[in-house]
Write a protein that binds this ligand. Sequence first.
Ligand code: HEM
Ligand code: HEM
Length: 181
Amino acid sequence: MTDTSQARYSTGSIIFHWVIAIGVIVNWRIAESAEHLEGAAKTAAIAPHKAIGITILVLSVLRLLWRFTHKPPPLSESLASWERFLARAVHVIFYVLLIGLPIGGWMAGSHFELSISYFGLFEIPPLPVTPDPEAGMAVLDQHKAGGIFLLVLVALHIIGALKHSLYDKVPSLSRMWFARG
Ligand code: HEM
Ligand code: HEM
């Protein structure tokens, strides 16, 4: 019973994982609900999406720094090598998107010279890019496509976690949850 895959992620990694996962899902729902609105109603509906997105950006940078100093437990030896490769590839792309997507959203607004209200507490200034609404729309289109790609990967990630836990019966969900007792 010395299978190292029984080991868990560190408590910090588990907290980062679930707080960011909830943030991503809430942000997707907000974006969907704002999609068909216009004008001032849209601006108001998308404001929390922007503030949550910036929170995800900051948390993801901290999470990566945490990961460099807290090595994750190795994946189970009993998984096929393609499964381990796929799991790792999805994790790497997650980190790229968790940082790239909010920066892209921030950059799109910056082309329109918009600052971001952080839940009404303070203003985050636009990034230093040239005002160019056409470029802003193009970056926003990429942001939306990237957001949908992230959701596809989340679905794949959940299927993988459930398959490993329930079908293959190798520790998976338990690795990303707190130890009991
Ligand atoms: C990890 C963080 C983020 C995720 C996962 C995310 C995801 C998404 C998704 C899935 C959509 C809508 C796609 C659609 O319905 O077609 C969207 C739209 C949008 N996002 Fe984000 N986003 C994030 C961060 C940000 C940030 C930081 C900003 C700006 C500062 C931003 C600004 C916008 C805007 C303006 C829209 C367009 C809404 C519309 O025109 O319908 N997003 N985002
Ligand atoms: C919704 C957005 C989500 C994102 C962005 C996300 C992202 C990630 C990332 C980046 C890792 C790798 C951690 C590392 O090694 O640094 C991970 C691991 C993990 N995630 Fe998620 N996750 C999400 C949702 C979920 C959900 C809903 C579940 C449960 C069904 C889940 C279950 C797991 C498990 C079990 C692991 C550990 C994999 C292993 O055994 O090594 N995740 N997740």
